[in-house]
Design a protein around this ligand. Structure first.
Ligand code: GH3
Ligand code: MG
Ligand code: MG
Ligand code: MG
Ligand code: MG
Length: 298
């Protein structure tokens, strides 16, 4: 197994300690490390905008943060890389707390040598990759990579309760491909599958990162829109319909015209359960179909 160059973000305020880590990383065989050092947690955000780390090594005692507060702040940034704590603090409680917050390993500075740091980093990257794969397998639809129905309902329940408790807005948009049976019959089932994939890719490119795009059933999709009023949801749904109707979808080597219908609903205070939001969206979707398809109704 060969490893290409790996980017290491080292969060370390002491120059001497940083030097020790960098020297060890230089002596590792079989991998080249490109190290970027920052001295404060508050410097991380701006650094990772142009330096994408494959692993984060984090000291705990920093000028702007201490102990497990450092871990909490780093994990909250949702950096797409495994995090390893690299500290002089030999404390089991902080070690355990850090692991609970999702760090991959807790390493003491006194244990750093080329071999130990190589092993720690490789294990951290491997575990991180496996963890992400498992999460994807559990939560995503394998054809389209949209979230699956189960994940959608879990998130929907959380957002429903949040909206109820904090009086925030929550909307959903329910989509159904128009005449999909005909697309399958005319172009084949594989082309139909490609259409489903392409539509999800378009939806993902249009929504915000907090929005949940899920495959609800065969050719039905639903988007959960936290902090979104009905007007915003209508704008988004129309944007998606316009985008897809305005082009040919490339599927199994063929250029196909595809349209969607959509029903949109906003959560309101009289609703007792999430199912009520969904039923109204379903009714609106039915209206959109009755209204001639390729349109959004609420
Ligand atoms: P309408 O405009 O009223 O929605 O008509 P429709 O033909 O889209 O609706 P209908 O619900 O009758 O047909 C849905 C079709 O979707 C039937 C089914 O074979 C197809 N389908 C469901 N899942 C998949 C899939 O994973 N891949 C493909 N290729 N087709 C699928
Ligand atoms: Mg320090
Ligand atoms: Mg359908
Ligand atoms: Mg139908
Ligand atoms: Mg349909």
């Amino acid at each position: 197994m060969s490893y290409p160059k790996q980017n290491v973000l080292l969060i370390e305020d002491q120059d001497l300690d940083a030097k020790v880590v960098i020297r060890s990383l230089k002596q590792v065989t079989g991998i080249r490390f490109d190290v970027r050092v920052v001295k404060r947690v508050s410097d991380v955000e701006s650094t990772i905008s142009d330096f994408v780390p494959n692993v984060v090594l984090a000291d705990l005692s920093l000028p702007d943060s201490q102990c497990d507060e450092t871990v909490r702040r780093i994990m909250n940034m949702q950096i797409d890389a495994p995090v390893v704590v690299l500290t002089g603090i030999d404390d089991e409680l902080i070690d355990m707390t850090s692991m609970e917050m999702g760090v991959q390993d807790y390493m003491l500075k006194e244990d750093i040598n080329p071999r130990s740091i190589k092993k720690t980093i490789l294990h951290a990257m491997e575990r991180y990759k496996l963890h992400n794969m498992l999460e994807d397998l559990a939560n995503k639809d394998s054809l389209t990579r949209a979230f699956n129905r189960r994940y959608f309902f879990n998130q929907a329940q959380i957002e429903f309760e949040r909206a109820k408790r904090y009086q925030t807005s929550l909307s959903i948009a329910l989509f159904d491909i128009d005449n999909f049976k005909m697309i399958n019959d005319e172009y084949g089932h594989l082309a139909g599958d490609d259409v489903l994939k392409s539509i999800v890719a378009d939806m993902l490119s249009i929504v915000r990162t907090v929005d949940i795009v899920a495959r609800f059933g065969g050719e039905e999709f639903v988007i959960l829109l936290p902090h979104t009023e009905l007007e915003g949801a209508l704008v988004l749904a129309n944007r998606i319909l316009t985008e897809i109707a305005g082009k040919k979808v490339l599927a199994a080597g063929q250029a196909i015209n595809v349209t969607l219908s959509c029903g949109v609903t906003k959560f309101s205070n009289e609703m007792n359960e999430f199912k009520d939001v969904l039923n109204l969206a379903d009714q609106a979707l039915y209206d959109a179909k009755s209204n001639g398809k390729n349109c959004v109704m609420s």
